[in-house]
Design a protein around this ligand. Structure first.
Ligand code: UTP
Length: 460
């Protein structure tokens, strides 16, 4: 057994868990490299990893004992409209009393987009070519101006993109948001395992780890000290959204209003599934009455296609990863008690070092999903929104859920805002973009706005 002053207990644990292959290159390492390796091993929960590995050989199928979750529909009747107005009032009051912060998760690797850098730096807007970060930042700023308050903005990154994200935001002066209101913190990492449940060396002295999923955001709020930042600002509600959706309403008074009036721990937005086979998770109600999300892959063909007597899909409410969290609930969830989000396992190729040479091996990566916080909540609501108005995920360059589709959807939405205000669009106009700083919705548009007759129009 190797030894190193101050680390002998850790080293003994590594041997006890039969992970001592990580010391394969020990003899070749200089002192600083040995320390790096030992630091990488510090804090690894060996027992926890072992139990995760034993789950990789078990099927993950959901028990199937669930029904569709009730939801707050897009208002159609007078009654629903009156309720909506009441909710909006409550939401606006909550925002104005400085209790809401925006929370962007941007720790993903954006593999499918194939862009070498934080996804938030990717230009997506249809005319001005604004990056995802700029679009989100301007919505936070515009909401602050609309409600006359400083809305804090939290951004979760991962080790791989943290510095580049911070530098980008600094270089752009946080797009006009006061620096002290922006809090950027990296998420935590978890080691991947090879097909035999062994830790993987990515180099002679580093253990391969991956970001612990968007569900890791809730733990990271605590471990990074972000909960203290929220306490200092008196924040009670976090408006959670993901970096790749340029249509998201980052601060939505209607949604916030329902959340507050229902004293919900977690609230979630949903859109009607595009069809039975759309690959999104759906909101369900579990036998104990709690709500949850069942992944597309965990539903049977029959469940996916099940229709009610009117021919509508029974499991129709698709999860679009927009949530509100009560800060108090996040505190409870991360207090270190029995309730904790589970890890999901994915078989992935892992870059490693084998017999001194780089190799791609088969292995297991573990991730937490943020929607697993829903069944643990005491009170939860599902709120229907319109896909056209709020969901344009940028996952790929082209094709489905791509930069192309997001640009088209943005332009179409802005066109619909102008139509709603009776503002005519000249025939020569092909693409339209409206800056969040001009309008967050049709009601903010000046009635006398004139749209110039040219192919690409940017209104700011
Ligand atoms: P996705 O699951 O789409 O992953 O993330 P991704 O990394 O962006 O893209 P692919 O799958 O590699 O192509 C959805 C949202 O969750 C965030 C992402 O940044 C994105 O906003 N996320 C994902 C994290 O913050 N951390 C993670 O560990 C994973």
């Amino acid at each position: 057994m190797i030894t190193y002053a101050g680390f002998d207990e850790l080293i003994a644990r590594v041997y006890a868990h039969r992970q001592d292959h990580v010391f394969e290159y020990w003899g070749e390492l200089i002192d600083a490299e040995r320390r790096e390796l030992l630091n990488d091993l510090t804090g690894i929960d060996f027992e926890g990893l072992q139990s995760l590995f034993s789950q990789t050989r078990r099927s993950d199928a959901v028990a199937g004992e669930f029904g569709p979750a009730p939801f707050i529909p897009i208002p159609k009747t007078d009654d629903e409209n009156a309720q909506r107005a009441q909710a909006r009032e409550a939401g606006i009051a909550h925002i104005r009393s400085r209790k809401v912060a925006a929370f962007l998760v941007a720790g993903g690797q954006g593999t499918r987009l194939g862009y070498d850098g934080p996804k938030g730096k990717f230009p997506v807007s249809p005319v001005a070519g604004k990056t995802l970060f700029q679009i989100h930042a301007e919505k936070v700023l515009a909401s602050s101006r609309a409600y006359g308050v400083d809305i804090p903005w939290l951004i979760m990154t991962s080790i791989a993109n943290h510095e580049e994200t911070e530098t980008f935001l600094e270089e752009h002066d946080y797009f006009g948001i006061r620096e002290t209101l922006v809090h950027v913190f990296p998420q935590n990492l978890i080691p991947s395992l090879d097909a035999n449940g062994k830790l993987v060396l990515e180099s002679k002295n580093r253990i391969f780890k991956n970001p612990d999923g968007h569900g890791g955001s809730l733990t990271a709020l605590k471990t990074s000290g972000a909960l203290d930042f929220l306490a200092e600002h008196g924040i009670e509600t976090l408006s959670y959204f993901q970096v790749d959706n340029p249509l998201v309403r980052v601060i939505d008074p209607d949604f916030i209003g329902y959340h507050v009036l229902n004293t919900a721990d977690v609230s979630s937005k949903a859109v009607t599934k595009a069809g039975p086979e759309e690959k999104v998770g759906v909101f369900v109600r579990l036998p104990n009455g709690a709500y949850g999300v069942v992944e597309y892959s965990d539903m049977t063909h029959e469940q996916q296609h099940l229709q009610d007597c009117s021919g509508a899909l029974v499991y129709a409410m698709g999860n679009i990863a927009i949530h509100l969290f009560s800060v108090e609930y996040i505190r409870r969830l991360t207090a270190g008690g029995a309730i904790e989000l589970p890890y999901h396992v994915a078989r992935k190729k892992i870059k490693s070092l084998r017999a001194g040479a780089p190799a791609e091996i088969d292995g297991f990566k573990f991730e937490k999903f943020v929607f697993d916080a829903i069944p643990l909540a005491e009170r939860s609501i599902v709120f229907e929104t319109s896909r056209d108005e709020e969901f344009a995920p940028v996952k790929n360059r082209t094709g489905v859920d791509s930069v192309d589709t997001a640009r088209e959807m943005m332009s179409a939405l802005f066109r619909s805002w102008l139509a709603a205000r009776g503002i005519s669009v000249p025939p020569g106009v092909r693409a339209i973009e409206i800056s969040p700083l001009l309008a967050l919705g049709p009601d903010d548009l000046p009635a006398d706005l004139a749209v110039p007759d040219r192919p690409d129009v940017y209104l700011s």
